[in-house]
Design a protein around this ligand. Structure first.
Ligand SMILES: *Cc1c(COP(=O)(O)O)cnc(C)c1O
Length: 360
């Protein structure tokens, strides 16, 4: 069996041991005689799975007791709607736009109230993050929304907006569990699971209790945090398989890796391999301002679009797949999430060196 190094931005690699555990439990989960894919979400087996997945997330992320955890369908994109539908109690909210997904979130929110675009990095094609201490936030805004790691442009926040009395809401789809997070700095954080946690099909929201229960009567039950959270994510059939797989990933991070501080160390080392190489040569270029470089998504370009194409094709043939950059940016993007082994990055760098020598 030849597994490739998959640099996809999402869905993306899962830890090999997580896949093996899922495989070994596929036909018969815990002597239940069934697969997790088949069992009732009301069964005691599945109740154990969902309870333990939430408990593991609470332990690994260090979620304070006054925060609720919910499992939602509709991906991170549905959270772009749920956030304003539930939290925009003053009729307006502040949005910082630093890329594609934060732009989409702002556009959705504008359907439900006034969106104040308080800062943007569009002027330099999203290659930096605005200084969050110099932004004129809106008095009376219900919340401040950011996208903490910009999957497409390869940037990340190094400081978080902290506005007294105004909760921070963050899309953490492409950076969740990549490093320790101080959950108390957020009113609400959410993430689609397919980048760093589990297969596609679910978003998770971690919501401070006092922000729940403020939605208007007209908000559909399925889009109301209160409905789902009060039912412990069992208001309807939850994404059972995703919850199970998320539990396996969390167990792996907790027991095999040893938690998020160690996870961050490994991620920093992987990112440094790639960025140090990029900084030490001239064939490939990374457009992002150094201090805002993402440790999850690394973008780069070769001298021209034809060479980019050639690079991606030859890389794929050599076992490095999904390196094509997003159509908004072009060039290449290596997504090096938690489950990408350091060896995969080291081998990619070697491949890049060889390619540059031959094509430079
Ligand atoms: C992938 C991604 C999304 C979109 O997630 P879906 O689950 O496909 O809706 C939103 N935000 C960020 C930061 C992402 O990386």
């Amino acid at each position: 069996m030849a597994r490739v190094y998959n640099f996809s931005a999402g869905p993306s690699m899962l830890f090999e041991q997580v896949l093996r555990t899922a495989q070994s439990e596929l036909m018969d989960y815990g002597s239940s005689g069934q697969s997790v894919m088949e069992m009732s979400h009301r069964s005691s087996s599945f109740e154990g799975i969902i309870r333990e997945t939430e408990a593991a997330l609470r332990r690994v992320l260090g979620i304070p007791g006054n925060y609720k955890v919910g499992f939602f369908q509709g991906g991170a994109s549905t959270q772009f709607d749920m956030v304003p539908l539930n939290l925009m109690t003053t009729g307006q909210a502040d949005y910082i736009v630093t890329g594609n997904f934060s732009g989409r979130a702002a556009k959705e929110a504008a359907k439900f109230g006034k969106v104040n675009l308080v800062a943007s990095s569009k002027d330099q094609n999203f290659t930096y993050i605005p200084d969050v201490d110099k932004i004129a936030y809106t008095p009376g805004a219900s919340y401040v929304h950011i996208c903490e790691n910009n999957t497409i442009f390869g940037t990340r926040y190094t400081k978080l907006p902290q506005v007294p009395g105004v909760p921070l809401v963050a899309d953490m789809s492409s950076c969740i569990l990549s490093r320790p997070t101080d959950v108390a700095k957020y009113g609400l954080l959410y993430f689609g699971v397919q980048k760093n946690v589990a297969p596609a099909g679910m978003a998770v929201a971690v919501v401070r209790e006092d922000l729940v229960g403020k939605a208007a009567e007209t908000v559909p039950s399925m889009l109301n945090y209160q409905t789902i959270l009060e039912a412990d994510s069992m208001y309807n059939t939850p994404p059972c398989w995703c919850i199970y797989m998320m539990g396996l990933t969390l167990r792996y991070i907790e027991q095999e890796i040893g938690g998020l501080a160690e996870m961050e160390k490994r991620n920093n080392a992987k990112a440094a391999l790639l960025y140090d190489y990029l900084d030490g040569q001239t064939f490939f270029k990374n457009p992002v301002q150094k201090e805002f470089r993402s440790i999850m998504n690394v973008t780069f370009t070769s001298p021209d679009a034809d060479t980019d194409k050639k690079f991606c094709a030859e890389a794929a043939a050599a076992g490095f797949v999904n390196l094509k950059g997003h159509r908004l940016v072009g060039g290449m993007r290596a997504s090096i999430y938690n489950a990408m082994p350091a060896e995969g990055v080291a081998r990619l760098v070697q491949f890049m060196e060889d390619f540059a020598k031959k094509n430079g």
